[in-house]
Design a protein around this ligand. Structure first.
Ligand code: 13P
Length: 248
């Protein structure tokens, strides 16, 4: 049986209080598509107000620390994020793996911290263009997944997002056959890591997904949803992706 589709907006470092109305519009739109799970991950500064404004809608963070508390200036624990009203967090996004030099081991520890605090975790994996051109994409992605995979994970709280680095914010999207091949490889890697529960873990595609290409991407085997950047910032742009997921 196909997994229920999951469409997540990653706002990255975009959004001031003026954009809270966009989150409310997206939440209202999501309510009209009951067959799809929808979430928005705004900057941390908007989480509390967004969660209060949109009761029952999923609001998430884009990172958390792996420690419960302590001397980590500028960082936020999973418990703080949960208390602010988030129910999930993105982890190991390629922008963090690059800009903050996050390692697989850190991502794994963060996922365990997120789960302990009651947050769902979306672990991101993806290859660079150079790695793809060298024919190493599947090895790289499966290696990241194995290294970042938290112990005792199950589909109730773990989601994987495949985001080819070269497709993020570029308007470039892999061939459908490449998406299919990679998602199948991730599924079998999950089966090795967790056995029977692997089929229920949702695997999202991310990287230049928009209203025009969502239907095609969401129809690919083992693509259980999308992690969307630029096209998630307004209901006008995000709506067609949610609709495509509802119809997939
Ligand atoms: P874009 O949809 O802007 O390419 O970003 C994808 C992404 O990085 C989501 O996490």
């Amino acid at each position: 049986m196909a997994n229920r589709k999951y469409i997540v907006g990653n706002w990255k470092m975009n959004g001031l209080r003026a954009q809270l109305s966009d989150i409310a519009d997206i939440a209202a739109l999501a309510e009209t598509h009951e067959g799809v799970d929808v979430a928005i991950c705004p900057p941390v500064t908007l989480i509390a107000q967004a969660a209060e404004n949109t009761q029952g809608f999923k609001i998430g963070a884009q990172d958390c620390h792996f420690a419960i508390s302590g001397a980590h200036t500028g960082c936020l624990s999973a418990e703080m994020i949960r208390e602010a009203g988030a129910t999930l967090t993105i982890l190991g996004h390629s922008e963090r793996r690059t800009d903050q030099h996050e390692t697989d081991a850190e991502v794994k520890a963060k996922a365990q911290a997120a789960h302990s605090a009651g947050l769902g975790a979306i672990i991101c994996v993806g290859e660079t263009e150079q790695e793809r051109d060298a024919g190493k994409a599947i090895d790289i992605v499966c290696g990241q997944l194995a290294g970042s995979f938290p112990e005792g994970a199950d589909a109730d709280w773990l989601t994987i997002a495949y985001e080819p680095v070269w497709a993020i914010g570029t308007g470039r999207v892999p061939e459908v056959s490449d998406v299919e091949e990679m998602h199948a490889a991730i599924r079998s890697q999950l089966a090795q890591l967790m056995g029977d529960g692997a089929g229920a873990v949702r695997i999202l595609y991310g990287g230049s997904m928009n209203g025009s290409n969502a239907a095609q991407l969401l129809a690919v085997a083992n693509v259980d949803g999308g992690l969307v950047g630029g096209a998630s910032l307004t209901a006008e742009k995000f709506g067609p992706i949610i609709k495509a997921a509802a119809e997939a």
